[in-house]
Design a protein around this ligand. Structure first.
Ligand code: NAX
Length: 324
């Protein structure tokens, strides 16, 4: 048996937390031989709900769970953390636009980033899920000056999985047959699902789907899926978001074996994306290191979509520049 790793989850008593913790505890994220110590953070009003979650985790008797810490103190939650899922943040309400959400949630991530900086392992892997996740990750990263910026990422895997699901449904094949579709940009409705390298059962996706469907209905379905879920379920995506968070962290932890996946990471100028923007790129992971696949041909349509995301994320960055 390996020594246990410490996994911090914020917003642990929320909807995504309720699905995510069971996947981590069962071994589906870090592997069936990797014990975990769960370090769960909530704000004080969430602590009674978190107590209930912890009771249920104990009642699930997961052999891989060596300890559970439930706290409202970030300094405790991030102590010696090897991996962090930053889920906790304020959800957008009807009276808020995106700019209001950024202003409301930004300060959470300065405190979180500082606590991670001061207490987590120096090679910690941080995944930001709480929205607006790209800019929240940027703030957390900027608030952790002692850590390398490669410790921070934001989640666009749900968008990737949604895109793969739509391609599979359209062709009538299991989703496992779909490979190498990925997302550019922001986790927002500007994001761009790119099929230029994707294959379905070994055949290039560009030979299977006509471009009017790809640029029309497919793009719209993926971009507006979050709203469609809310309309249908009366609540936002939770289990699929948790599943995507597990996929993202598992790939970061174990590697992608050559598969291309999507992760939003601090740009080093790849594809003309300004340095420092937390931008989703096509990546592969090897030995715990994320590498951008930087030699793809980008057509005019994709270039225009990348630029839209650069503009949106630059505007978000400007809106929080006092926090960076
Ligand atoms: P919930 O409102 O169910 O849960 C959020 C939890 O976070 C609550 O229990 C709350 O008490 C806690 N919280 C709030 N501020 C906190 C803080 N400063 N420290 C610790 N905990 C805090 O929301 P849920 O459905 O779980 O969604 C969580 C976040 O994920 C939201 O920001 C949501 O927008 C975002 N999402 C991101 C997705 C992505 O693909 N990146 C997709 C799903 C989801 O929309």
């Amino acid at each position: 048996m390996l020594p246990p790793i410490r996994v911090a989850v914020t917003g642990a008593a929320g909807n995504i937390g309720y699905a995510l913790l069971w996947r981590i505890a069962s071994g589906s994220c870090f592997g069936p031989d990797q014990p975990v110590i769960l370090q769960l953070l909530e704000i004080p009003p969430g602590m009674p709900r978190l107590e209930g979650v912890v009771m249920e985790l104990h009642d699930s008797a997961f052999p891989l769970v060596h300890d559970i810490v439930a706290t409202s103190d970030p300094n405790v939650a991030f102590k010696d953390a090897d991996a962090c899922f930053l889920v906790g943040s304020r959800p957008r309400t009807a009276d808020m636009d995106r700019a209001d959400l950024i202003r409301a949630n930004g300060p959470i991530f300065t405190g979180t980033g500082k606590a991670i900086n001061d207490h987590a392992k120096k090679d910690v892997r941080v995944l930001v899920v709480g929205n607006p996740c790209n800019t929240n990750a940027l703030i957390a990263c900027a608030s952790a000056p002692d850590l390398d910026d490669s410790c921070f990422s934001a989640m666009t895997r749900l968008d990737q999985n949604r895109a793969a699901g739509q391609l599979a449904l359209r062709k009538g094949v299991p989703v496992a047959k779909v490979q190498d579709v990925f997302i550019w940009g922001n986790h927002a409705d500007t994001m761009y699902p790119d099929i230029s390298r994707a294959t379905v059962d070994g055949t290039p996706a560009t030979e299977i789907y006509d471009s009017s469907w790809i640029r029309g209905e497919f793009l719209k379905t993926v971009a507006t899926r979050g709203k469609a879920i809310i309309n249908a379920r009366g609540a936002s995506s939770a289990a699929s978001a948790a599943s995507a968070a597990v996929d993202h962290m598992q790939d970061w932890w174990m590697g992608t074996d050559g598969r291309i996946v999507s992760m939003a990471i601090p740009s080093k100028g790849w594809y003309g994306v300004p340095e420092g923007l937390m931008f989703s790129f096509p990546v592969v992971v090897e030995g715990g290191k994320i590498h951008v696949v930087d030699d793809l041909e980008v057509d005019d349509f994709a270039r225009q979509k990348i630029q839209q995301n650069v503009d949106a994320l630059s505007a978000e960055r400007d809106a929080v520049k006092d926090l960076l």
